[in-house]
Every structure is written in structure tokens, then in C-alpha cells.
Design a protein around this ligand. Structure first.
Ligand code: AVJ
Length: 304
């Protein structure tokens, strides 16, 4: 990670958003009026969950970045309604989010079996338990894929595809390109929750690495980059300052206006992502979207 703080421009991996406070703030973001992503994807899942279950048949769900697993319930509901066995393999870097969501799911679905992995995606894909139903679906929803640069995205898709058996499924949820004002409002909400979420990354680093970032000395910035079709979130230094991360023995110097890139959130075109998927042996079986075409949910299948 920490090369990112010593390089110019400075950057940090978005997984550092998600300590327990960060996971809570993200859930709050999902309910913001400006943050259309979760609401739109939820509506799609409500509408097409049973279609997905009909296509896949009995199928276990391994979810990368499961978080609170609220949307996952819609898939579980569909598989439950079809009388299929329920098996769920959540993967998340936040242990607290994983434990809490699993507890709630087990209460709600008496027949559900869960095998959770507190882990990064790369490690988890190597550590998945043996398949115990006729098919497996790797779910990567919520547009988490938008956090990955094209090279990282290619790497992860290659790993996912390599993990799946031919005929297995990949469910990808992704945010689509749209009017810039809509995008920028979603990451600059009027209640300042996104700002708190962004700044919380510094407080997470302070705890994790005995750091001394002063949160008041940084401002949240989110803007759309038209060339790269992505929202970029920064932590912008309000003054010249130095921070120290004791565990890493790392000093980080800032000039006034110096920024740390804390997240990219890419916005996709369906044609482009279909090509990328196909390059990794993943064929789109069905592409679901909303009326406005704001969000895409792609059910893919691993080719042989
Ligand atoms: C969880 C990566 C999908 O990019 O929209 C929300 C994270 N950042 N608000 C996104 C996020 C700021 C979110 N993802």
C-alpha cells in the first residue's frame, strides 16, 4: 500500500476505507438520496433475481466484497423460492462486517450454510472451499470493480475466470457512464457522509499503523475525469504538513494542496466491458439494466 504514500502523486488503496467505522459509513452512503447506485442495482436484482436463479439452477454464491450483504438477500430469496439449497461464501476485508452480516443471514435463512473468508480478493480466490453444489457463481456486485484500474481489472477477471469451472457463473454489477452532474453529486453528497467516509481512511491508518494524520487538515474532493471515465476521490492537504506512520517507519510530507488519490470509481460502457469479459473467457448470458441505463448487472458464464 504504502508505496502509494511515498510516490508522486500520492495514492492509497480503497480497501483501507473499510474498517468497521468505514463499513458503517459506506452503508450510510448507500442510503443517500444522491447515491443512486445501490438503489438502482437493488431494483434490478428485485426484478431479475428469479430469472437469474432459473438460468443458473442450484448454485452456490461466492461474493467478493460482501459488506453488509443486503443486496445478496435478493439472490438468496430467489434461490430459496426455487427451493434450491442455499450456500454462501462471503469475502470481505472487514471482519466485523462479515461476522455481523453472516449472523443476520443465518437468522433469516434457516437452510443457509455460510463459509466466510476475511481476506483480500486475490487471497480468497485461492482459498475458496471445494464446490458443494452443481454450480458456483462468483458475485462481484455494487460496482466494486470500478475501484480497479484497467490493468488490475484484467488481472482480477483472469483470476476469477481461472477459478471458475467451465459453465460456472460470474455476476458483475457495474455503474454505467452518464451525465457528469449526476455522477459528481453522488460523490459530493449534501450531508457530507462521503467526505466523512473518505477522511475515515486516515483515521483507519492512524489506528492500524500508529499514525498521526490530522483529519482536520485534509479536505474531501471528488471529481469526474472525462478522459478516463472515472470519479476520482482525493484527500487534499489544507496546509504544508508532515504525517508519521510509526509501524511502517514512514514519514509523509505534504505541501498545501497536495492530494492523495484515495479511490477511482470507474464508469463503464456495456460494449467495452463485454469485450473485456470475453477476453477472459467470460460470455455474457444476459445483461440486465434499469430504464435509465444507469447501472448494469451482467450474468456471465465461463466458456470451456
Ligand atoms: C463500493 C466502490 C462501489 O465507487 O461508488 C461510494 C465506494 N466511494 N462513495 C463507489 C464509494 C464513495 C463505491 N464502491
Amino acid at each position: 500500500m504504502i508505496e502509494g504514500l511515498s510516490s508522486q502523486p500520492k495514492s492509497l488503496p480503497p480497501k483501507y476505507f473499510y474498517d468497521s467505522k468505514g463499513s458503517q459509513l459506506f452503508d450510510q452512503i448507500c442510503r443517500l438520496p444522491e447515491y443512486y447506485l445501490t438503489r438502482t442495482e437493488t431494483a434490478i436484482l428485485e426484478r431479475v433475481g428469479s430469472a437469474i436463479s432459473q438460468i443458473t439452477g442450484p448454485c452456490e454464491i461466492a461474493e467478493l466484497g460482501s459488506g453488509s450483504a443486503t443486496k445478496t438477500r435478493l439472490l438468496l430469496d430467489a434461490y430459496e423460492a426455487a427451493d434450491y439449497p442455499l450456500r454462501y461464501i462471503p469475502v470481505d476485508v472487514s471482519g466485523s462486517a462479515l461476522t455481523e452480516s453472516s449472523k443476520l443471514l443465518l437468522q433469516g435463512y434457516p437452510t443457509l450454510s455460510i463459509y466466510g473468508l476475511v481476506s483480500t480478493y486475490e487471497t480468497a480466490l485461492k482459498a475458496l472451499p471445494p464446490k458443494s453444489l452443481p454450480a458456483r457463481m462468483i458475485a462481484f456486485i455494487g460496482s466494486t470493480i470500478g475501484n480497479l484500474r484497467p490493468d488490475e481489472c484484467g488481472d482480477l477477471l483472469a483470476r476469477i475466470s481461472g477459478t471458475l469451472d467451465p459453465g460456472d457463473y460470474f455476476l458483475l454489477g457495474l455503474d454505467l457512464q452518464k451525465e457528469i452532474s449526476v455522477l459528481e453529486s453522488a460523490y459530493n453528497d449534501s450531508q457530507g457522509v462521503t467526505a466523512a467516509f473518505n477522511l475515515n481512511m486516515l483515521s483507519h491508518l492512524n489506528q492500524r499503523f500508529e499514525g498521526d494524520f490530522k483529519l482536520n487538515n485534509f479536505a474531501h474532493v471528488a471529481q469526474y475525469n472525462k478522459q478516463d471515465n472515472q470519479i476520482e476521490m482525493y484527500l487534499s492537504s489544507l496546509e504544508a504538513q508532515t504525517a508519521w506512520l510509526n509501524v511502517l517507519g514512514l514519514t509523509v510530507e505534504f505541501e498545501e494542496g497536495d492530494r492523495i488519490l484515495s479511490e477511482i470509481s470507474r464508469k463503464f460502457s456495456l460494449d467495452e466491458i463485454k469485450k473485456t469479459l470475453s477476453a477472459h473467457q467470460l460470455s455474457v448470458v444476459q445483461a440486465f439494466t434499469d430504464e435509465k441505463q444507469w447501472f448494469g448487472l451482467l450474468l456471465c458464464q465461463r466458456r470451456s
